[in-house]
Design a protein. Structure first.
Length: 119
């Protein structure tokens, strides 16, 4: 029986080890896994905390209001269009837009505030 869900955070089972602040997609097994490069359409939200494979992980869904903190994979320019890269990180050198960076960063592993516009 199908249910509807109105909260903007949802708990899923991790389909692989997931750090916090990474973009994820829903798998056919109904677990969440990293969204990778060119998977903007499949992406559903951002992990709120870390989880090992098989553990529960809270995801801030992209239909939530406000901005999202997402880990960078490379330099990001403020007001630049960001896209998903490998392992659910973001950069501003891709082709499919996830949204816009509020701030700049240099290098990988930096948390960047993003306005998501894909929805």
């Amino acid at each position: 029986m199908a249910n509807s869900y109105t909260d903007k955070h949802k708990t899923f089972t991790a389909g692989e080890a997931l750090p916090a602040n990474r973009v994820v997609k829903l798998s056919a097994a109904q677990t969440v896994m990293f969204a990778d490069e060119e998977e903007v359409v499949e992406a559903i939200g951002v992990t709120m905390g870390p989880a090992a494979n098989g553990e529960a992980v809270e995801v801030k869904l992209f239909n939530d209001a406000g901005t999202f903190l997402i880990e960078s994979s490379a330099d990001v320019t403020a007001a630049g269009i960001v896209t998903i890269e490998n392992d659910g990180k973001i950069s501003d050198d891709g082709t499919l837009s996830l949204g816009y960076a509020i701030e700049s960063c240099t290098g990988s592993g930096v948390m960047v505030e993003v306005v998501v516009t894909k929805v």
